[in-house]
Ligand binder design. Structure first.
Ligand SMILES: [Zn+2]
Length: 118
């Protein structure tokens, strides 16, 4: 007879939730041992860090997306946050940002000139 430790209701054997108050009768030891699950394979964080250290930021973001199923922006933010947390300065990102800004600026400028000339 599993007795509920919340309301002292006597529940029939083989039940995992109290019939009276809905509390879990058994301590869910198996589901709380998340540590053992993480030890089975390198954690996502470790994999992402390895890729970041190798300068493979795009691959790291792709991996993060694969593993978590989140969208590109969230994955990018998470990877960049990880990099910042571990003091990894990604060389590519700054350059890419500058180049993107320049391309955009040139594009806007080009369109501006095109409008003036046309
Ligand atoms: Zn109960």
């Amino acid at each position: 007879m599993p007795k509920c430790h919340f309301c002292d209701h006597n529940n029939p054997a083989g039940i995992d939730r109290c019939q009276n108050c809905g509390a879990w009768i058994e301590q869910k030891a198996s589901s709380t041992s998340t540590d053992s699950g993480q030890q089975a394979e390198p954690s996502l964080e470790a994999q992402v860090l390895t890729l970041l250290e190798g300068g493979k930021k795009i691959v790291a973001i792709k991996l993060y997306r694969q593993q978590t199923g989140c969208d590109l922006k969230n994955a990018k933010d998470a990877v960049e946050a990880l990099a910042a947390k571990h003091g990894i300065v990604s060389k590519g990102a700054g350059c890419a940002g500058v180049i993107l800004a320049m391309v955009l600026a040139c594009g806007v400028l080009g369109i501006g000139i095109w409008f003036v000339v046309a």
